[in-house]
Design a protein around this ligand. Structure first.
Ligand SMILES: Cc1ncc(COP(=O)(O)O)c(C=O)c1O
Length: 388
């Protein structure tokens, strides 16, 4: 037997894979994993086809197709009035996941400390671990409306603090950073060498408010990697394409890893999205498109014994099930999938401490009829106990 000592011994199959597999096995409605069950705009597919047929099927330049990076820079300028040099400060990546991993790989050394806000998306901590870093988490609590308590962040600071990872709008709690949060971030990082990794993949999905990006603040822009995802924006999560915008010195280090990790990203997709982005209405319509779905699920859940929590952004909605069961949230989501055929995600998995407040997450990036069917089932749940 070859002895393999795992570099990530604590990592197992993610809850997203587990719940999606259970949903398939149980023929349940899958509101667990974060992807749409509807197709993207057919024009986007025709454009990919067009660029493939025209012979654009070889390696793209390492940082991405230049005209595409120019279009991304233009979008950032228009929305956030922040200047990024397309050639030196924007890199096209294989999804936001790669951008996050690459940024962490470029910065984090053994014993460096990284501050993150729980409940947090699952790809941050393993990447930090892999490079010997230590994750320090600040818990955002439902009873506090998931607000950041900046004094607690400050208390985690040490001479080893190297990075702060923020996510706005935040998956899974749907919370968005405010101008005050950004001002606090400026205040606590001033005069330090701390790098910010800002995961903004849901930048185009906010309800009744505007997205605030770190790049709008020069003091933050100069120390930040800003990450976004076309998968989330254009309903093509399976295409795994996103980007990282960062000042030249950070981008230089980012690309040293990027070029040996993926070298470059799918050429025809870059060209297709570039052309598709000319249609600015598509981006502008996204908030209303998802708001309608959010309101539908939110109002529907109000008719059930779940207590929904209204998100400010993202395509996720949390709901408290305390009135239905006292099972832990992992068991509860499994039981609901098996007994009532609706799959969701337990909130505790997003907390390093596994904090369980009897809250689960539903994804509403689904057709109206899917949400309708799910609600028909959820309304029937009165009490729930363990059968598994
Ligand atoms: C907060 C957050 N960041 C990053 C990602 C990954 O994005 P991508 O699919 O572009 O890698 C996701 C996907 O669910 C997410 O929710």
């Amino acid at each position: 037997m070859i002895n393999i000592s795992s570099k990530l011994p604590a990592v197992n199959n993610s809850i997203f894979s587990i719940m999606s597999a259970l949903a398939t096995e149980q023929r349940a409605i899958n509101l667990s994993q974060g992807f749409p069950d509807f197709n993207c705009n057919p024009k986007l597919i025709s454009l990919v086809n067009k660029y493939m047929k025209a012979g654009n099927n070889q390696y793209a330049p390492m940082p991405g197709v230049l005209s595409f990076r120019e279009k991304i820079a233009e979008k950032i300028q228009e929305l956030y009035q922040a200047e990024y040099h397309a050639d030196e400060e924007i890199t096209v990546t294989a999804g936001a996941t790669q951008a996050i991993f690459t940024a962490i790989a470029a910065i984090i050394r053994p014993d460096d400390e990284v501050i993150a806000f729980d409940p947090s998306y699952d790809c941050y901590a393993p990447a930090v671990d892999l490079f010997g870093g230590i994750i320090k988490t600040v818990e955002l609590k439902p009873e506090n409306n998931f607000a950041v308590e900046w004094d607690k962040v400050k208390k985690l600071f040490s001479s080893k603090t190297r990075m702060i990872i923020i996510n706005t709008p935040q998956n899974p709690c749907g919370k968005c950073f405010t101008d005050n949060d950004m001002q606090q971030l400026i205040k606590i990082t001033q005069g330090t060498d701390i790098i910010i990794l800002s995961d903004e993949v849901y930048e185009h999905i906010l309800f009744d408010r505007k997205h605030i990006s770190v790049c709008q603040y020069p003091e933050l822009r100069e120390r930040s990697f800003v990450v976004s995802s076309f998968g989330k924006t254009y309903h093509v999560t399976g295409w795994k394409i996103g980007y990282c915008a960062a000042p030249q010195r950070l981008t230089q280090e980012f690309r040293k890893i990027h070029q040996y990790q993926v070298f470059s990203v799918n050429t025809p997709l870059q060209m297709a999205i570039n052309e598709f982005m000319k249609n600015k209405d598509e981006l502008l319509a996204l908030n209303d498109f998802f708001k309608e779905k959010m309101e539908f699920l939110y109002e529907g859940l109000k008719q059930t014994k779940f207590k929904p929590i209204r998100p400010q952004g993202t395509y996720f909605l949390l709901a408290d099930y305390s009135a239905i069961s006292d099972l832990d949230d992992i068991s509860f989501t499994k039981e609901v999938t098996v007994q009532h055929k609706v799959a969701s995600i337990p909130l505790s998995v997003f907390y390093k401490s596994k904090l369980d407040d009897h809250i689960i997450r539903f994804c509403f990036a689904k057709k109206k009829e899917t949400l309708e069917k799910a609600l028909e089932k959820l309304i029937k749940i009165d009490q729930l106990s363990s059968t598994l």
